[in-house]
Design a protein around this ligand. Structure first.
Ligand SMILES: [Zn+2]
Length: 410
């Protein structure tokens, strides 16, 4: 008998069986998330020749794009807040619920959020979140959207992404996912929402292209804009140029410097694609976030020659470095780089804070900025001390060093 034919099964047995399957499905989903989270954490997708967890799930596990995206996001959230595994396993929370809660979760509120979301539908959770974090700041932005929305002219409320950590309206991020779909042979439709700045640039470009594109067709303007952008990016990133080798360059003393002719030759040889090949023979297909990688690490004498350089995506550049130096070493190195970047930002912010005070003393903006840069060495000092330090670097101050400082205009 066909095991999927249930016509003979009595109603109570059918319902009991279905409930049991749903419970089993929840338990399986939780365990699946745990496996995904661990594979992601160990970055096993890189060893298998994929540039990301998402690519691995879609191409290797054959999950659909939306299912892969949802499960990876849910797995990462559950890894941060492990109570979610249990909530999913016993059916109190489904993956859509996890996705909705994720941006709002913190160590302090995770239990409260899970309890509130338990058993609610997607709409119920959205409603509860809306009451908890009202979105009124978003309304002016929505009404300002230019008339390039969907065919219905409506912005679906669920499509608005709101980040409640950035309350100022001008900094609120919103996005409707762009839709690119084939409509006929070699024809595609592109539908997206753009901000006013982009809209103004488009109009400006249409005006500048007046004679070349008399009808101002957006598709033609976009095509020309992409040509210009790609040319610019390729020149910058891959040293592509119409006149290779026209100017002999002095060799750089920096061992990390890769000469333009090497970058050009490597890019052409590797076809602009990551060259990592897994043990099973799968070549990574990444063509974005591509980096130049020394075959032999610089620390071990690697040279910036065509034979010594190859293309790698970000994930595989890191993966090979970890294989060479160990994951712990590379992780500490990344953390040190992130810490240094944070400290540099803090120093720059401390200096920038001094600028209005120097302006209030009559310095021009560029001069004030130059003087304020001296404060980067004492970012933790009180503001007044930083201002006085910046002033102490001026040869002929127009005020007495001990005099009270004039306040900048509010
Ligand atoms: Zn790769």
């Amino acid at each position: 008998m066909d095991r999927y034919s249930l016509t003979h099964v009595p109603d109570p047995v059918l319902l009991r069986g279905l409930r049991a399957l749903v419970a089993q499905d929840c338990a399986t989903t939780a365990m699946l998330l745990a496996h995904l989270a661990e594979v992601d954490e160990r970055r096993l997708y890189a060893a298998a020749g994929y540039p990301s967890m998402f690519a691995w799930c879609v191409e290797e596990l054959r999950l659909s794009e939306d299912v892969a995206y949802k499960r990876i996001q849910a797995a990462r959230t559950a890894r941060r807040f492990p109570v979610i595994f249990d909530a999913v396993a016993n059916g109190r929370l489904n993956l859509s619920g996890v996705m909705l809660l994720a941006p709002h979760l913190g160590e302090a509120n995770v239990d409260e959020m899970l309890a509130a979301a338990a058993g609610r539908t997607r709409a119920g959770i959205e409603e509860w979140l809306a009451q908890r974090s009202p979105r009124s700041e978003l309304l002016p932005l929505v009404t300002q959207l230019p008339a390039v929305q969907g065919p219905e002219g409506q912005l679906a409320p669920g499509r608005v992404k709101f980040d409640d950590t950035q309350p100022a309206p001008e900094r609120v991020a919103f996005a409707t996912p762009a839709r690119l779909a084939p409509v006929a042979t070699e024809r595609y439709s592109l539908q997206l929402t753009i901000g006013k700045g982009t809209h103004d640039k488009l109009r400006h470009a249409q005006a500048l292209l007046g004679h070349a594109v008399p009808a101002g067709e957006v598709a033609e303007v976009l095509d020309r804009a992409l040509d210009a952008l790609i040319g610019q990016l390729e020149r910058r990133k891959f040293a592509a140029t119409g006149r290779p080798g026209s100017r002999p360059r002095k060799p750089s003393a920096n061992p990390r410097h890769i000469p333009a002719e090497v970058r050009r030759a490597v890019w052409q040889r590797d076809g602009g694609q990551c060259t990592f090949v897994s043990a099973a023979g799968h070549r990574c297909e990444a063509r974005t976030r591509i980096e130049y990688d020394h075959v032999e690490p610089i620390a071990r004498g690697g040279q910036a020659t065509v034979a010594g350089i190859r293309l790698r995506c970000r994930a595989h550049n890191q993966y090979t470095a970890e294989c060479a130096f160990g994951a712990g070493f590379m992780s500490r190195k990344r953390e040190a780089a992130q810490r240094a970047a944070r400290e540099a930002r803090a120093r720059a912010a401390a200096a920038e804070e001094v600028v209005p005070w120097l302006r209030a003393l009559g310095l021009r903006t560029d001069e004030a900025r130059r003087r304020a840069a001296n404060c980067e060495t004492i970012p933790d000092a009180p503001l007044e001390e930083r201002v006085r330090h910046a002033l102490s670097c001026i040869a002929r101050p127009a005020w007495h060093p001990a005099a009270p400082l004039p306040r900048p205009a509010p």
